[in-house]
Design a protein around this ligand. Sequence first.
Ligand SMILES: Nc1ncnc2c1ncn2[C@@H]1O[C@H](COP(=O)(O)OP(=O)(O)OP(=O)(O)O)[C@@H](O)[C@H]1O
Length: 700
Amino acid sequence: MRLRYSHTLRPLLFTSSKLTTMTTQTFFHSSPFPNLKNTLFSQRHRFPCHRPFFTVFCSKPISRNPPLPLRTNGYHGASQASIPRPVQLESPVEKNMELQLNILKKKLEAIGVETEMCEPGQYNHLLCPECLGGDQEERSLSLYIAPDGGSAAWNCFRGKCGWKGSTQAFAGSNSARTQLAPVKKIRKITEEELELEPLCDELVTYFSERLISKQTLERNGVKQRKYDDQIVIAFPYHQNGGLISCKYRDINKMFWQEANTEKIFYGLDDIVGHNDIIIVEGEMDKLAMEEAGFFNCVSVPDGAPPSVSSKEELPPQDKDKKYQYLWNCKDELKKATRVILATDGDPPGQALAEELARRIGKEKCWRVRWPRKSRSDNCKDANEVLMYLGPDALKEVIENAELYPIRGLFNFRDYFDEIDAYYHRTLGYDIGISTGWNNLNDLYNVVPGELTIVTGVPNSGKSEWIDALLCNLNEIAGWKFALCSMENKVREHARKLLEKHLKKPFFNERYGESVERMSVEEFEQGKLWLSDTFSLIRCEDNSLPNISWVLDLAKAAVLRHGVRGLVIDPYNELDHQRPPNQTETEYVSQMLTLIKRFAQHHGCHVWFVAHPRQLHNWVGDPPNLYDISGSAHFINKCDNGIVIHRNRDPESGPIDQVQVCVRKVRNKVAGTIGEAMLLYNRVTGEYTPSDNNRPADRKR
Ligand SMILES: Nc1ncnc2c1ncn2[C@@H]1O[C@H](COP(=O)(O)OP(=O)(O)OP(=O)(O)O)[C@@H](O)[C@H]1O
C-alpha cells in the first residue's frame, strides 16, 4: 500500500492528555517522543496484516523428523512445519514425477502462481498473486516445490500480505482455485469494538487548519482512537450505513487499516444513485470536496501505484487484488455517466487515474487540472486547492474537468498549437516551397511530409528533373536529401548533380560542346557540397533492399543529417516479395502507407519514381497516372502525381522541351492540376521555364 500525503500544514503530535503543535522542523528533527514511531508501529502490529498469521514459515530450525503427511483436500492454510517440506506420496504416481509436477503446476497456476520457471527442490521467488508484491512489485512469494514434484508450499514475505499455504498434486479434485485460495474471513466490526471516540477539540482544530469543518467531520463520522497514550485519527469506511473497515492515520502520516476487512471506497454511500462521481486519492481530499459542495465523492482506500502496470491486459476481476474496492461497487460505477478522476497531480496520482480509467472505461472518465498555488508549483490535490485557493477554486477545478484522453481519439483542440503555427506560418515551408521554376509556382510546391509520385515513359527525364528540383530546393531553402537511386552509378549521379549545381559540364567531350568545363577548384568545392547535401542509401551487395530497409536508413539520415527530402528511384528496383495470400494491390497500398507515415512523421518530402506499364499502341502522349504498373493505389494514395514527358521528334517541336504534367494535387495550398513547360539544357542538365507553354504536336 502506497500512501502519499504531504500536506504542508504544521504537523501535530496527538496524545490523549494533550495535543502538541510543533513546527515542521522540530517535528522532524527533534521529536520529544523518540520512541513514538516505534510505539505506534508495535501497536499497529495488531492491525496491519490482511491475513491471519500462519506459522508455516516461522524461524524454527529445520525439523529432522520425517515429514508429516499432508491433508488430502489439497490446501493447507496453517501447517505447523518449520519450513515447507517435500511430501512423500505413496501411490503409483510416485513413479511418474513429471506427471505429478505438471498437475501440481496447473493447480498453482489456477491460483495465480506463475510456475513456468520453477524447479522442484528449490525455493523460487515469485510475484505474489494476492498482493502483487505491493507498490514495488517485489517478488515476495517464496514457493518451494518438493523434489518429486508432488507438493508445494508457499509464503509471501510481505508483512502486509503474508499469504501462505501448501498443496499436493494428487490431493482432492483439480479445481485448485477453490481449494487453494486462502479462505479469508472478513471480520464484522463495530465502532464499540474498535473503541472509536469522538474527535477531541485539538483534532477538530487540526482539521479546521486544513479547512475541513466540524460539520463535514461529523457527517463522515471521522473519529479518533487511543493507543495507550497516543491518539490517531480514525476514518470509518461505511457501506449501506454499516461499518465495513476503518483506516487510521497517525502523527507521522502513517496509515493502516483494520485487517481482514473488505476493501471499499471511502464515502461509498455518498455516490449511490449519482450520475456524476468524483474519485480522489485520500480521505482528506474526499472531505475537502465536501467543503466545495461535492458530496458525490469517494476516496480510494490504498493510495496510488508508483506507475501504470506494464501489462496491457487487465487481470481478471478475482485476481485484480489492488482494485477490489472498484469491483466491489461496480454496479454504482456502471450506473454513473461521468466519473471525474481527481487523483493527485504527481506521477503516481496520474498512474492511479490511468488504472482507474482502464477499469471504469475511459469513455466516461474525466480528469482535472490542478491549478497553480505559486509561480512554480501546482496544487497537487483537492485539499491543497481548498487550503491555498479556497472552495470556489476547487469547485472550478471540478467544473472545468476535461474528457479523459483515449489513445487514438483526439479533438482539434489537441492540435491548436500546430494549427496556430500553420496559420501564422511560423514553421516555414508549410504552404510549400517553390520548385524554383516560376511557371510551376501555381501548380506544384513542395510541402514537407507529402508524397509525390513521379512517372513517365522510360528515358523521359524523370530522374534528371528530380535532381534539378533537389538542386533548386537546396539553393532556395538549404534542404538536404537522402537518395535511394539504385539505377544510378554513384559517380554518374555525382556528375549530374555537380553539373546542375555548378551550371557547367563535368566533361567537354561529346556533350560539353564549347561551354567551359568545371575547374578543379569548382569540382573540389562541388564535392564538399555533395557531401554536405546528400546522403546515399545504397545496397552494396547483390540483394535488393525492401522498403522498410530504405525507410529505416532514411530515418537515420533525417536524425543524423537533418535531411528534408527522400528520393526513391525507381519503385521496381526494390524488393517486392509479398506473402502468397497478398495481392500486388494490397502490397502497394501497404508500402505506400509506410512511406507516407515516414514522410509525415519526419516532415520529410518523398519523391517516389514509378514506371508506367507497357503501353500498347502508344502514340507518344504522356502516360496517365493510372498507367503506373502495379496498382491504382499509386495515384490514390499519393499527395501529388507528376508525369514528366518530353518531345523526341524534332518535327513536332523543340526536343529540349520538357512537359511537367501535374496530374494530382491533394492539397490546394500546394498547387493545382495543370501543365508547365521547361527547357532542358543538355550540357549542364539544368531546366529553365519555357516561354512556349504548348506541348509539341504529336504525330498520330
Ligand atoms: N528534354 C530532354 N532532351 C534531351 N535529353 C534529355 C531530356 N531530358 C532528359 N534527357 C536525357 O535522357 C536521359 C535519361 O534521363 P533520365 O534518366 O532522367 O530519364 P528517366 O525517365 O529517369 O529514365 P528511366 O525511365 O529509364 O529511369 C539522360 O541522358 C538525360 O540527359
